[in-house]
Design a protein around this ligand. Structure first.
Ligand SMILES: [Zn+2]
Length: 351
């Protein structure tokens, strides 16, 4: 089978490169991947998969299945881009695209690689007349969206026996460690507008509440498990006029910790901080839970199988022009950046 798969991928290399290039050139952010999802779903149909669109009531989620009996092997493909992380292809200095949305962490490759794997597995089953089901899952919103969580909730993965996924990285390796669980939550404060010089005593500032909440959260930081992470972005500062008391303001929190129960505990304490900020400023707070994701649970058996196969297959030899480009990119880093480049990865079990 291994030879069949590697021959298949070599034979169709230029096709999969075109698929990846299309997604790279049509970058779209989480849950707005209309073009990329349509394109990939159409390609799945062209390859003979049965495609279901709008699964789990998400416009950019789809499944593409082959086979009717036997175990179902799933390949998970993501294709969302990030804002503020674009780069013109082939350039080694910072040159963002217009608008500044791009595949900074390589989801053009992620979606295409999983699609290629599904095509190769399907071709193998067909060629050898074997039972088994292969499904490519078009999963939107990896970046801050946890799209798959909603798909799981709606039962889209209920039939799956094993699911495989991957992510572009500076190294070829099997991930054998967990990831942090996380919650993402909006805190919306509502106060009362007033002229900030004329009648400030009549105003109640929602922006003050956001600032006080952030101060409280930064004090909370010292008293939570040290592996936890709390990040926030002020997603509505209440306008651009300093002479108006801001009636509405919003802050988005992302809380992470090794386990879901730890995230839950921090979240409950953060709610108290938000309510305290509302009380101090006589504003109201509305809490809007955006999404949550559990920590990744390892599957040692699948990991060792993947590791054995990856070791046998090897990483593949890059072409000379790819090596030249990588060298040019490498040379844009300072000596200390080069020395530290791989250091954080060892902590994640990549090396
Ligand atoms: Zn990513």
């Amino acid at each position: 089978m291994k030879n069949f798969v590697s021959d298949y991928l070599k034979e169709h290399e230029s096709y999969f490169k075109e698929v990846s290039a299309y997604i790279f050139n049509h970058p779209e952010t989480r849950f707005e991947e209309y073009d990329s999802a349509r394109f990939l779903a159409d390609e799945c149909e062209r390859q003979g998969f049965t495609v279901k669109r709008n699964v789990a009531d998400i416009e950019t989620a789809f499944t593409a299945s082959y086979g009717t009996e036997g175990p179902e092997i799933a390949f998970l493909g993501e294709f969302d881009a990030l804002s503020g992380l674009s780069q013109k292809p082939g350039e080694t200095s910072y040159q963002p695209m217009e608008p500044d949305i791009g595949h900074g962490c390589g989801h053009n490759l992620l979606g295409t690689g999983a699609f290629a794997a599904a095509c190769a597995a399907k071709a193998y089953l067909e060629e050898n007349d074997l039972p088994g089901r292969v499904t490519f899952y078009g999963c939107p919103g990896e970046e801050g969206g946890s799209g798959k969580t909603f798909m799981v909730r709606e039962g889209v993965f209920d039939d799956v026996d094993a699911a495989l996924t991957w992510h572009p990285s500076p190294v070829n390796a099997i991930m054998d460690l967990s990831t942090l669980a996380n919650y993402q939550v909006y805190f919306r404060f509502r106060g009362k507008s007033a002229h900030a010089a004329n009648t400030p005593h009549l105003g109640r500032s929602a922006l003050d509440a956001v600032e006080l909440m952030n101060v409280g959260a930064n004090y909370l930081r010292e008293h939570i498990v040290s592996e936890a992470r709390m990040h926030y972005a002020v997603t509505n500062s209440g306008g651009i006029s300093p002479n108006v008391v801001q009636a509405n303001a919003e802050v988005l929190y992302l809380i992470r910790a090794p386990r879901v129960d730890q995230v839950e505990e921090i979240y409950q304490r953060l709610i108290k901080v938000a309510k305290g900020a509302a009380m101090m400023t006589e504003t109201e707070v509305e809490i809007d839970f955006d999404k949550g994701c559990s920590n990744y649970v390892s599957n040692r058996h699948l990991e060792s199988m993947l590791h054995k196969n990856l070791t046998e297959a090897g990483p593949g030899e890059p072409a000379q022009d790819e090596k030249d480009f990588a060298r040019k990119l490498w040379n844009t880093l300072s000596e200390s950046e080069q020395q530290n480049y791989l250091a954080p990865l060892s902590g994640f079990g990549y090396t």
